[in-house]
Design a protein around this ligand. Structure first.
Ligand SMILES: Cc1cc2nc3c(=O)[nH]c(=O)nc-3n(C[C@H](O)[C@H](O)[C@H](O)COP(=O)(O)OP(=O)(O)OC[C@H]3O[C@@H](n4cnc5c(N)ncnc54)[C@H](O)[C@@H]3O)c2cc1C
Length: 587
């Protein structure tokens, strides 16, 4: 070690944890619990208080083949696996899907035993509602606030484990933004993070790092996602050499509140809500791919059919349709969908008990993410990914509603358990030099940003990015628009180099935080567009008007996006097909 480094580490208390989890949402908290159960000293780093993570906003429910629905039909994990693979338009890796659907029931009962207040059947079992693309009502829920119930349950467990004398501690760093992943000789040795309050950058050394940093929805403007879902958590490993997988697959949810894009859960349709055009018709029956399952067909299909209906003149003001719940009655709405009623009354002045809700599709979920395998391992040793930030892949080209919450707790636990085993087998701690260098580089980067005398306003670049993504990389895609979008994002990346912050101080400089994250959003958006342009077929959520058919001969494969300073480079890898052979998808 150089003298400068030694002096540095003498002056600054080095932060060390056996394992670090970045992200305080469901995937991150579940991973941390598993590490702690394995007696690993773990730290959670989150840029917001954990229960402000986007997981808290999840509404409709979480899937598991418990078979509790009073209809008395028989459900099992194989049926759940088949529905998931079919929903994914056969792009999901079937070994991963089997792992998730097999472990689902155990994870749900664990949550129940930890105190999650699930809604109940009259017999006291966990209630399950029908959801899109599922052959059976298998979505467990806590009214329309399932994410809230799950996340608070996990956070309470964290508090409990934190205080348990017999275990090693769990440390939580709230309001710290991770900016870099530190890698030495191909092995992950920690992260660099900015303490948002003091403005200080620190090197965190660790045997293993798990990224559970959530989705990238906010590269779009019309999105149901929290503003914190910038995609930076995907960009960090991407910059460090880990590819992003299947980024072109962006889910558009059919029902978001007109103009605001607040989510109106699929649970509304699961409970029996209708989609109506301006003639009051349930128009989904006009479309071949949704005429059987109607309102509970999968999201990609319903979103497209809403848009077709609007384009054919069946919408209101050429921009929205109605979601009608009035026939469900006040009691059911109050019991099962109270949050939806509140949001609808609050934001568009419509009480769904008496009038239909105006809705339009909006960006909702990032199917792609950090490339990892079923064990949540990435191409960098000691670096794991889980939750929406990761692409295992269980959702393929289109995620089924209720499967994402399941993904977070199943793969959160898997990531935690594998990381625990990995750190316990590690012989020696290393990485001082790499941490020092990475910290110096990060400090320099932040200094340059704070002192920059450029003429570009970061928020203008963000708004321009959102507009490009909304207008050119939406539900319907075509080569010319995608090429324009790619060009425009490259221009924005150039403009980014000339940004100037309003305030150059270090303490609570949210302008600095947003500016750092904006770089991540731009690079992740580039990966989305490049993948979409290269994928000359239509599969799941990715619909190319110039290539409307699925191409299993040439494109039944995962896209890998690699970062290079000149821009994104694409590669591919095979899909793990198992017993479910690709067929045409109809509902
Ligand atoms: C409105 C809405 C409703 C939904 N409803 C459902 C549903 O009913 N069923 C379902 O299955 N799915 C649903 N989803 C999807 C599901 O909620 C999410 O995919 C899931 O909760 C993501 O969990 P996560 O733990 O991966 O990430 P998140 O909950 O998004 O957490 C990400 C965490 O990472 C932290 N973080 C990110 N970057 C950094 C950084 N650089 N440094 C430090 N910390 C960082 C954040 O602070 C946060 O704690 C819904 C999504 C939305 C938006």
């Amino acid at each position: 070690m150089l003298i400068a480094e030694c002096l540095y580490f003498l002056r600054n208390s080095m932060i060390y944890h056996e394992a670090i989890v970045v992200g305080g949402g469901l995937a991150g908290l579940r991973a941390a619990i598993e590490l702690n159960r394995n007696n690993v000293r773990v730290a959670i780093i989150s840029k917001v208080h954990p229960i402000r993570s986007h997981s808290v906003a999840a509404q409709g429910g979480i899937n598991a083949s418990l078979g509790n629905h009073p209809r008395g039909l028989y459900d099992n994990w194989e049926k759940h696996a088949f529905d998931t693979v079919k929903g994914s338009d056969y792009l999901a890796d079937q070994d991963a899907v089997i792992r998730m659907t097999k472990e689902a029931a155990e994870r749900i009962y664990e949550m129940e035993h930890w105190g999650c207040p699930f809604s109940r059947t009259s017999e006291g079992k966990i209630a399950q509602r029908p959801f899109g693309g599922a052959g059976f009502p298998r979505t467990c829920y806590a009214a329309d606030k399932t994410g809230h119930a799950l996340l608070h349950t996990l956070y309470q467990q964290i508090i409990k484990f934190k205080q348990a004398a017999e275990r090693k501690e769990i440390t939580i760093y709230e309001e710290w933004l991770v900016t870099d992943l530190v890698v030495e000789d191909g092995i992950c040795v920690g992260v660099i993070a900015l303490d948002i309050v003091s403005g200080r950058l620190e090197a965190f050394q660790s045997g293993a790092v798990i990224f559970a940093t959530g989705g990238a929805g906010r590269i779009y403007g019309r999105s149901t996602n929290a503003l914190i879902n910038t995609g930076m958590g995907m960009a960090i490993p991407y910059w460090t050499g880990v590819p992003l997988k299947d980024m072109e697959f962006i889910q558009f949810h059919p029902t978001t509140l007109l103009g605001k894009n607040i989510l109106i859960t699929e649970g509304c349709r699961g409970e029996g809500g209708y989609l109506l055009n301006n003639k009051g018709e349930r128009f989904l029956e006009k479309y071949n791919d949704s005429k059987k399952d109607m309102e509970v067909a999968p999201r990609d299909i319903i979103s497209r059919n809403i848009m077709y209906e609007i384009m054919a003149g069946g919408g209101f003001d050429n921009s929205y349709v109605h979601l009608d719940l009035t026939h469900l009655g006040e009691e059911k709405i109050a019991k099962r969908l109270p949050g939806i009623r509140d949001a609808s009354m609050e934001f568009v002045g419509v009480d769904p008990v008496t009038a239909p809700i105006p809705i339009q599709p909006g960006q909702h979920y990032t199917m792609g993410g950090i490339d990892c395998n079923t064990e949540c391992e990435t191409s960098i040793k000691g670096f794991y990914a889980a939750g929406e930030a990761a692409c295992v892949s269980v959702h393929g080209a289109n995620r089924l509603g209720g499967n994402s919450l399941l993904d977070t707790i199943v793969f959160g636990a898997i990531a935690g358990s594998n990381a625990a085993r990995y750190v316990q087998d590690l012989e020696s701690r290393k990485g001082e030099s790499a941490s020092y260098d990475a910290l110096k580089r990060a400090e320099q980067r932040v200094d340059v940003l704070c002192k920059s005398e450029g003429n570009e306003v970061p928020v203008d670049i963000k708004v321009a990015l959102n507009r490009v993504m909304d207008n050119k990389v939406g539900i319907f895609r075509e080569a010319s628009k995608l090429k324009d979008a790619l060009h425009e994002v490259k221009v924005l990346q150039e403009r980014y180099k000339r940004i100037k912050l309003n305030y150059a101080g270090k303490r609570v400089n949210l302008g600095l935080v947003w500016a750092l994250e904006l770089k991540g959003s731009l690079d992740v958006a580039e990966a989305v567009i490049a993948g979409a342009l290269a994928r000359e077929e239509s599969r799941g959520s990715h619909f190319r008007t110039d290539f409307p058919k699925r191409d299993d001969t040439g494109l039944l494969k995962h896209t890998l996006a690699y970062f290079t300073p000149e821009g994104v480079k694409l590669g591919y890898k095979p899909v793990n097909i198992g017993t479910f052979k690709p067929k045409e998808r109809k509902y």
